[in-house]
Design a binder for this molecule. Structure first.
Ligand SMILES: *[C@@H]1O[C@H](CO)[C@@H](O)[C@H](O)[C@H]1NC(C)=O
Length: 356
């Protein structure tokens, strides 16, 4: 029976830790200043030169890696959530105006009508100087971004049929849920007590591997993530990213073949034929990518290697990930010891006051 009691206590402690983390109790002291540091471009131009239009599971990650390899700073949606998107949401919420209470997804929807709001997001985007972006999970921002990126080209990932895509997505969603829960639960030890607040002085001590990237806007965290950046990014995911996926969502999820086709067609009609590349990751090559973008000489040749799609941050940055996971469990142990000590001190006080 004793083991069951211990088990229950451990579960209760993990849930308690998660609750504290999700309420962002320590964020005011652990979050680094938000926002990339470049000057915004004039006229609310996003500065984006290549848009990647593809639903999740259509190879957005693969093409982002390829673009970075040929020298275009391509943001995958995680990078976008983590930097300009959060800079924007944070700003709107801080100033407390009419949009401050909106969930992130409704704020995104609002941008379809509200030009001033869209303009503000574009300023945040251009401050990060990203050359390309894949908006899977943020499809709702496609229109406003196209509107503010005149002269951009588009890579369209419409190579999968609707049934193929649907099957792939349905297989992926349960995995995604497990990955998110894993990140939330293991990461909760860093949210129960203000451990993350130690990151900033440590970062300064190590000549700013985190703050430097946050200001510069690169390299994208999906391309390069050292242990400190890994820890910081994963600790903020629930705020900056997961909120967008929850209902009401920023995601477009076509329910039928027609919806699926019109998602792509509606985007493509904003571009001239020469500015569209219907990319098929099974066939197209680096050389073709360079040619489309006018990059000469092309630094890479051959087929584009397929990107990892599950446990990406763990598998793309294994050393950073292992180091942080070990730290997370270690801090669970530390938190547990501290709370046990606190509890027994309280009990002693209570007994003493009763016996007096
Ligand atoms: C750019 O965005 C700002 C801030 O929202 C807005 O006030 C301004 O009118 C926009 N400028 C242009 C040229 O669209």
């Amino acid at each position: 029976m004793a083991w069951m009691w211990t088990c229950l206590k451990v579960i209760a402690f993990a849930i308690f830790s998660l609750t504290v983390k999700m309420n962002d109790v320590w964020h005011p002291i652990s979050e680094l200043p938000v926002g990339c540091a470049h000057d915004a471009l004039p006229g609310n131009h996003s500065g984006i030169k290549v848009l990647i239009i593809g639903l999740a599971k259509c190879g957005t990650r693969t093409i982002c890696h390829a673009l970075n390899e040929v020298g275009v700073r391509a943001y995958h949606s995680e990078d976008f959530h983590f930097l300009p998107w959060w800079d924007f949401v944070h700003d709107v919420r801080k100033e407390g105006g009419p949009h401050a209470q909106l969930p992130a997804a409704l704020l995104a929807q609002e941008m379809l009508q509200d030009q001033a709001l869209a303009g503000r997001l574009m300023q945040k985007i251009s401050k990060c100087r990203m050359g390309a972006v894949a908006l899977d999970g943020l499809e709702i921002l496609t229109e406003p971004i196209i509107k503010h990126s005149p002269g951009a080209k588009v890579i369209v990932l419409n190579w999968r049929t609707f049934p193929e895509w649907k099957k792939s997505l349905e297989k992926f969603i349960p995995k995604l849920v497990v990955m998110c829960l894993h990140n939330l639960f293991t990461g909760a030890s860093l949210g129960l007590l203000p451990w993350l607040a130690l990151l900033r002085p440590l970062d300064r001590l190590l000549s700013s591997p985190v703050e430097g990237v946050l200001r510069e806007g690169g390299p994208p965290i999906t391309e390069v993530s050292g242990p400190l950046m890994w820890m910081y990014h994963q600790s903020l995911n629930h705020r900056r990213q997961y909120e967008c996926w929850a209902e009401p969502t920023t995601t477009v999820y076509p329910e039928s073949e027609d919806d699926f086709k019109s998602f792509y067609a509606d985007t493509m009609k904003h571009f001239s034929k020469d500015d569209i590349f219907e990319w098929d990751p099974r066939k197209n090559t680096m050389t073709e990518l360079c040619k489309f973008l006018g990059i000469e000489p092309c630094p890479k040749t051959g087929k584009v290697p397929r990107a990892i799609n599950t446990w990406i941050f763990e598998r793309d940055f294994p050393i950073a990930a292992q180091a942080v996971i070990v730290l997370r469990f270690f801090l669970y142990w530390v938190n547990w010891k501290l709370f046990a000590a606190l509890l027994s001190a309280l009990m002693r006080c209570f007994r003493k006051s009763k016996s007096e």
